[in-house]
Design a binder for this molecule. Structure first.
Ligand SMILES: *Cc1c(COP(=O)(O)O)cnc(C)c1O
Length: 238
């Protein structure tokens, strides 16, 4: 089936506007990240030409490859699990690293950022649903880890990210989005030095509308824009 990227983007943006409106929010509070992982650069450019500037990749090499080719005002979001030995390739290229789930990883990001003379923006990943198979901090460990990371001079914690379970009915994930929002509010109340978090990265193709209703500021949509991913090539399996 032919994928019409522009039409799909328009549909997603309209849904975001509807969901935001339902919650009394302004659609401009929400940024759509087009998740281009496993998709060819040409498709990224179709999205770019249709006004998208935020792109999500889950592999360091793919992010770097696309970053090198993309127009300079593109922003690349690292949304996948990040290994410490690959951090050095991302610094200065990833606009925002979404999946930071340990102090150890933040420490490496800090070290590499110092070397490059930059400050790197990150999100702390929280496993709100408590799924065994997922990365991310336990909600109860998040405050402590944010406090530790806050002491690193070249890393800035901008907010929280979660990957909700894959469910048929997105309503099943509503509580997880509420939980992430409340966690962000609770942590901001602690007034930790150098920390003001205002980003909630939550919601994917299946559930981004519910996430928008519950406070998402970034939604990460792949399939809903670019169609199903082809994982028959084993390289693409995360
Ligand atoms: C792949 C991926 C997405 C996009 O998923 P879709 O269901 O295709 O929209 C969003 N977030 C993360 C972290 C991903 O790995």
């Amino acid at each position: 089936m032919e994928i019409n990227v522009s039409e799909n983007i328009d549909g997603v943006l309209k849904n975001i506007e509807t969901a935001a409106g339902k919650a009394g929010r302004n659609k401009d509070e929400i940024t759509l990240i087009a998740v281009t992982k496993t998709k060819p650069f040409e498709m990224l450019m179709e999205a770019y030409d249709h006004g998208i500037r935020d792109f999500g990749e889950n592999k360091v090499q793919d992010l770097v490859d696309k970053y090198e080719k993309a127009p300079a005002d593109s922003r690349f979001h690292m949304i996948g699990h990040l290994q410490t030995n690959k951090v050095k390739y991302l610094i200065g290229k990833a606009f925002l690293i979404h999946g930071v789930d340990s102090y150890k990883l933040a420490e490496v990001i800090n070290k590499e950022s110092v070397k490059h003379g930059v400050v790197t923006d990150i999100l702390v990943e929280v496993n709100v649903a408590g799924e065994e198979s997922k990365f991310g901090l336990k909600p109860s460990d998040t405050l402590k880890t944010v406090k530790e990371i806050a002491a690193l001079p070249n890393v800035r914690v901008k907010g929280l990210m979660t990957i909700a379970p894959y469910v048929d009915d997105p309503e099943e994930n509503r509580q997880y989005f509420v939980d992430l929002r409340n966690l962000l509010i609770d942590i901001n109340r602690e007034n930790i030095d150098n920390v003001h978090m205002d980003i909630l990265s939550m919601g994917m193709t299946n559930d981004y509308m519910v996430a928008c209703e519950e406070g998402a500021t970034y939604v990460r949509v792949g399939t809903g824009i670019f169609g199903e991913r082809d994982y028959s090539n084993k390289e693409n399996v995360q």
